[in-house]
Design a protein around this ligand. Structure first.
Ligand code: ACM
Length: 265
């Protein structure tokens, strides 16, 4: 399976420009699955709910989704992208899985970061796997990385590849994702954005360094802090089905949840 990410710096509020950039950059790409950053078309640092509301789209009636669906159809490709989603009067920081036949699945960020809590509604959809081309993939968004429960919930459900659209501003997610891959025996594609947003609330500098990590925690691809980059990498999702650490240790079956009950209180 050929997977990858496109790391770039979305222009705040300029959905058409950002869509053109993604279309141009993915034109002719030979891949099965490409991950884009969190909020890849709107930008990130909203002034307030009103500004977000003006840019968010209903995924079932969205120019962004239509353009990406055509891209997927043209190149027989699946895309996971961050997306500012409106559903009735709710606004979610979402990740969409889009394929040649259109929108397939939506995940809404359950752990909102910092000021996101002021303008987004918290996600309300359980973490679940989706199968494409024989591989099971799971979606999570940026700050979800700091909760090991997220990757674990996906791994327990058989996910092989974690797709992780991000707009990271802290510097240690990438290192942590290596552990998340080792402890769960999964791949992870973290597609982070680059650049700076200077907005009414202040300035945010995004940290780039998107990466693809394999089931043993080896970094197969890693970008620098600020270049636009389309990275493509061949992986074998079947490796994520192999959970034996030694001949006597299975990563998931060795768990003793009856002793972790404090986690569920
Ligand atoms: C983040 O969750 N965008 C830091």
């Amino acid at each position: 399976m050929i997977v990858g990410y496109f790391q770039f710096s979305p222009e705040f509020g300029n959905k058409d420009t950002n869509l053109e950039k993604v279309q141009d950059s993915l034109s002719g790409v030979n891949a099965d699955l490409i991950v884009l950053p969190e909020l890849a078309f709107t930008g990130y640092y909203f002034e307030d709910r009103n500004e977000l509301s003006g840019l968010a789209e209903d995924a079932s009636d969205s120019n962004t989704v239509n353009v990406l669906s055509k891209l997927c159809k043209n190149y027989n490709l699946y895309i996971v992208t961050g997306f500012a989603e409106r559903e009735n009067n709710k606004l979610y920081n979402s990740a969409l899985l889009i394929g040649p036949s259109g929108l397939i699945s939506t995940y809404r960020k359950i752990h909102l970061f910092n000021t996101e809590k002021e303008y987004f509604d918290p996600g309300n959809i359980s973490l679940k796997p989706i199968t494409i081309n024989g591989a099971s993939i799971g979606l999570m968004i940026c700050y979800d990385w700091i909760f090991p429960e997220v990757t674990r919930s996906l791994a327990i459900q058989g996910v092989d590849i974690i797709c992780h659209p991000s707009n990271l501003v802290l510097s240690y997610c990438q290192k942590t994702m290596i552990s998340r891959c080792i402890e769960n025996g999964v791949y992870a594609i973290t597609a982070n954005r680059t650049g700076t947003e200077v907005r009414p609330r202040g300035e945010l500098i995004f940290t780039g360094q998107s990466q693809i990590v394999n089931t043993k925690g080896e970094v197969l691809a890693h970008s620098n802090v600020d270049d636009d980059e389309l990275v493509i990498q061949e992986i074998d999702p079947l490796e994520a089905k192999q959970k034996m650490l030694t001949e006597n240790n299975h990563l998931l079956n060795d768990r003793r949840p009856e002793y972790y009950d404090v986690l569920y209180k």
